[in-house]
Design a protein around this ligand. Structure first.
Ligand SMILES: Nc1nc2c(c(=O)[nH]1)N[C@H]1C(S)=C(S)[C@@H](COP(=O)(O)O)O[C@H]1N2
Ligand SMILES: [Mo]
Length: 184
């Protein structure tokens, strides 16, 4: 049994949070763009993303409101791989994730570049269901789940702290689960 971080409780399944509603996604038009402090902007179709090396991770998922889901299997492309393809500039310190519905969130660059930080395309062996952010969401398992922007469409590298939907309401710039970085 995995260990429960401080202030969390196990629940059996995900609780859907879609603060700005569920956007409708047209997969033909959808692109994941990688922008900001990069040498080469990327604009990847779903097919192109799927053709990159996929990695699988099995990690617990922790919402800052206190619920945790055990041992979720995610599959997708390492954020570090996208950063390398785009050529992130040395001045970059932050990564901002932007969703189709307008939700956004940001994390320190070093947290986004760890080995098990991915842009997930699958959960538990199937493509992300619509309500879970199809076609893509970042998963950075050591950070709280609000950093996992569903319906991801843009990864932006920045020098200054970009903030985000919850961050601008007082939530933590990093959100490390074991350090209980919930609010400022
Ligand atoms: N676009 C978008 N992404 C989002 C959210 C949201 O409201 N909108 N909520 C976040 C929060 S607080 C959590 S806990 C997780 C919940 O993921 P789930 O809806 O798949 O359970 O999504 C995160 N990503
Ligand atoms: Mo959350």
């Amino acid at each position: 049994m995995p260990e429960l971080p401080p202030g969390q409780r196990w629940v059996g399944d995900f609780i859907e949070y879609s603060a700005l509603g569920r956007p409708s996604v047209n997969l033909e038009e959808w692109r994941l763009t990688v922008t900001g402090l990069v040498e080469r902007e990327l604009s990847l179709s779903y097919r192109e993303l799927r053709s990159l090396e996929q990695v699988e991770i099995v990690r617990d998922f922790h919402c800052v409101t206190g619920w945790s889901v055990r041992e979720v299997r995610w599959r997708g492309v390492r954020i570090a791989r996208l950063a390398e393809m785009a050529g992130v500039r040395p001045e970059a310190r932050w990564v901002r994730f932007v969703s189709l519905d307008g939700y956004d969130t940001s994390v320190p660059l070093e947290d986004a570049l760890v080995e098990d930080a991915i842009v997930a395309l699958e959960v538990n062996g199937r493509p992300l269901p619509e309500e879970m952010g199809f076609p893509a969401r970042p998963i950075i398992p050591h950070l709280y789940a609000w950093k996992s922007a569903k319906w991801l469409t843009r990864v932006e590298f920045a020098r200054g702290y970009p903030g985000g939907f919850w961050e601008d309401k007082g939530y933590h710039p990093r959100g490390n689960v074991l350090r209980e970085e919930r609010t400022l």
